[in-house]
Unconditional design. Structure first.
Length: 123
């Protein structure tokens, strides 16, 4: 089971491509082993608030997780995304990521953690 923490990138295609490549390698390795994985992105990147490069990475990974979730659902593994804000601490995000990896339930989901988002509650 794998967790990919995205790194902040510049608004440069080479940086975006490198980060997406790193995420792809992790997810391909997990999928080949039929293991679940989680991408962790910054909440503001999904909204384009920290530059277009970061937005491309976050949106790309959200789309990748949802696509991978279709494949994984047939084979028993999951793919999800966690978006955190600056108020969320790393331990909290890791607890959620590990819960998503261990639960074998939801797949293709975006879970937002932090004070900047109020939404659905999970057990």
């Amino acid at each position: 089971m794998s967790i990919h923490w995205t790194e902040q990138v510049d608004d440069d295609w080479a940086d975006v491509k490198a980060e997406l490549g790193r995420a792809f390698q992790m997810s391909r390795t997990a999928a080949q082993a039929e293991e679940s994985f989680v991408y962790v992105v910054h909440h503001d990147d999904l909204l384009g608030r920290r530059g277009s490069g970061n937005a491309m990475v976050a949106a790309g990974l959200l789309s990748a997780a949802r696509t991978a979730a279709l494949e994984g659902s047939r084979k028993g593994w999951t793919a999800n995304v966690i978006a955190y804000d600056d108020e969320a601490d790393r331990e909290q995000v890791e607890r959620w990521a590990n819960w998503m990896l261990d639960s074998n339930g939801a797949t293709g989901e975006l879970i937002r953690i932090g004070h900047s988002h109020l939404g659905k509650a999970l057990p």
